[in-house]
Structures are given as structure tokens and as C-alpha cells.
Design a protein around this ligand. Sequence first.
Ligand code: AHR
Length: 500
Amino acid sequence: MKAKIVFHKDFQISSVDERIYGSFVEHLGRCVYTGIYEPGHPEADDLGFRRDVIKLVKELKVPLVRYPGGNFVSGYNWEDGIGPAGARPVRTDLAWKSLESNRIGTNEFAQWAKRADADVMMAVNLGTRGADAARNIVEYCNIPRGTYWSDLRRSHGYEDPHAIKLWCLGNEMDGPWQICHRTAEEYGRIAAEAAKVMKWTDPSIELVACGSSNARMPTFGDWEKTVLDHCYEHVDYISLHIYFANHENDTPNFLGRSLEMDTFIKTVAGICDHVKAKKRSAKTVNLSFDEWNVWFHSRDQDKKAEPWGYAPSLLEDIYTMEDALVVGCMLITLLRNADRVKVACLAQLVNVIAPIMTVSGGGAWRQTIFYPFLHAAKYGRGVSLQPAVTCGKYDSREYSGIPYVDSAAVYDEASGEITIFAVNRNLAEPMRLDVDLLDFGKLRVMEHIAMHNVDLKAVNGPGVERVAPCSVSGARIDGTAMEAQLPAASWNVIRLAPAK
Ligand code: AHR
């Protein structure tokens, strides 16, 4: 089989906002406790954070981490997590039916993020709380000194403000599972009022309003429109969430799911622009895809979990080779929509539907999905180029016209390097890929990295890497024409640089 792609230096989608390589740490399962934090562990640093985990987070080049939830945030009193650790209350977390010790809170997480070279994207509770608690946490985190909350932070040992720039106005407020779920009218009003007082407290912050929890929600579309009718002028982004599953064990269909993500993005961008037009606004609201991943392996097991434990094992999906292909297609989709998606968070980062896993008291290891994320975060910085793809297509149970090759490319103007990301969705055959690279000057192939495994259900585990990238030979370039062979069912990264 053959595919052809044309890229031209001037056919640019947009520069890639590096925040699309964000991730997410929620007080859920073992994400925080025995994930990023495990005092007494041989790898624990002076604050109890696992150095081995921080090393892997840095390897992933995650620039931004959303915190503290997720569903958790809608019942969270942020004040429970500040001040002397021994005086903090144990609370019931109604979202995940667990106990929360509050040993880790805002200050500790800000310190962890600094050590991991990431910024914090902070979510406020618009479930059980409202505008008052939201403006107070902005004051606590961001005002240097001289007010009640900023001086309280200083008295807790944090002289410098945390300077958190990006804030989420609640989480998935359209979902009946959410603590204090709201209608679009109710949420739109509270989001607008919370946004006003948060920005009055610190005008430099940016805000994300809750969009739909997924595009299959019965309120999808109307929710975004109504919410933005209320808060358009007060917010900067609207959120999107999506998780893909393969319950039916139908791989060709599963590999087509990223088409749904693409439609979701374009539809929400359209709704934002509809509200913009109605309001005759000069401002564009962009998109924050602040939860995305594959999530289904652990669902049945989690239904049987005993409630009310501390840091129980929840949502510990073990990812397969085919999950990594879907994650690759999702990354490609984000890159091809770089003009509207300015923030995205792989949900989540450690142990909970995560690229990084830990054994309590033991080692940390990389899941299959670690690798496509790593490659995109490392090489996908620059300008996203518009691909003109010609290739065969197939139909599946739920989708039609799925291209066998899914691709995006990023051009780094400073170095002249181009990275082509491509998934070969053909499960049976390799794909000969011809790429025309117009107006970039003389190029050479630096490397072709691929990830594939004949067993699409192959997984990694502690000390076992069955799925990992390898180097592929044979990619070559002649003038403007590049040629490479994409293995069947593979993730590919082809890196080009100006010829010397
Ligand atoms: O990421 C896991 C959960 O998925 C989050 O808590 C919630 O926002 C979403 O439903």
C-alpha cells in the first residue's frame, strides 16, 4: 500500500502552543499518594517526592500539570490542604469514595511542579463552593504580600507567590456524576461571577470554562452555547474532555476514534465563534482539551473496589500497543488543530490512566502510551504544517472514510528541522510513504523512529518493556521527495534537518 503527503513551508496551521503537552494530577487512587509522593521510599527526596517519577516526568517534557481534579475538585476545600501537615483534616472524597488525608495540598504540589519543571494549571471548586473560595485561593497563590490570604501563605513558609497563570472554573459541571452538578444556566452564571472576582484579584490570570464532559452528552452543543452566553467575555478557553475505549475488541474501529476527536474540536470551535459573532466580540475563545486519553481497561475492576480506603488502586489501566496507536492519532489530531487547541492535558500522569506507573516501595516504569507522548512533546514544537494526504481509506462499525495514514508535521523555523508524525492504521500491511517537502531547501533524514509489535495487545510492566520505540532504516530523501516504509500498525516519527 502507498500514501502520499505534501507539505509546503507556507502552508502553516499555527505555531504549536507547548501547553498542549500538559498532563494531569488528581487526588484519585495512587496518583498523588505512592505516585508522585511516597515518603520513606528509597527514591524520596527531602519533601517525600519520588525522584524516579520526577525524572520520568521531565523526560516527558510536560510543561503544565492540571491539579487537584477532576471530579475530586468539586468537593474539595482547598483550605484543608494548607498549613501544618499534622493539623489537616481527613475528609471523605465523595467523587471517588476514598479518604483524603490532605497531606499534599496547594503548596506541596506547587513545589513538586517546580521540581518537575512544570507550571500548575489550578482548578477551583464550583461544585460545593463558589466565587468566594475561588477568589481566596487566587489571592493565596498569586498576591505577593500584604493581604490576609497572601500573608497566610507567607506564614506557611512560602514567601514568594506561586504565580499560577492558568485556572479551571470547576470540572465537568454538565455531568450528573459531578458533586453538585449544575444546569448550563446555573453553571454559566457561577462561572461568570467566579471569573470576574478571580480576575479582579489577579488580572494576569487566564481562565478555562467547563465545556461538555464528552461529545456524546445529551446536552453537548447547547451546554457550550449557554455557558458562553454567560461568561464569554470573562474566560479565555473552554474545556473539552474525551476518553476512548475498545470494549468490543474491534481494532479497526478503535483506531478510527480520533476522527471523533477532530469533529469534537471543530464543533466546539464553531460554537465559540457563533457566540463571538452574536456578541460582536473582538475576542476569540480558544480550546483547552484538558482531559484526553484511552480509558476502559480498569472499569470493571474498579466497580468492585472497596470504598473508603486511602489511595486505593483505581483507574490503573495497563495500556497495549493498540492503545499507543490511538494515543498517537490523538496527538496528531491535537497538532492538526493547533490553531484552536492551545492547552491539552493527557489524563492522567502517574498510576491513574497514566503513562508512568509506580510500584509502591518499588520502581517506576513506562507504559506503551509513554512513547508517542514523549516523541510529540520532544519534537512537536514549532509550527504545525497543513498536510495534504492522498491514501486509501476504510470504513468501520462506527466511522467511514478512515484514512490508513494519519499524519501531522511540525517545522522548527529556528533549526530548520521538520518532524513528521504518522500512524499506519493498516493492521496487515506496511505502507510506502512518499512525502513532498516544498520550499524547505535541501533536507536530510536524521532518523526514523517507529513503534510496533505484531501482538497489538502487548503491554509493558515493571521491569518488562515489550513495547518500545526502535530505529528504522531505509528512509531517504532525494531533492524534495522523501520516501519511507511505515510498518503495519505502527507509530512513526521521521526527523529531517537541513542538509549540511
Ligand atoms: O480523569 C478521570 C476523571 O475523568 C476525572 O476526574 C473527571 O474529570 C473525568 O470524568
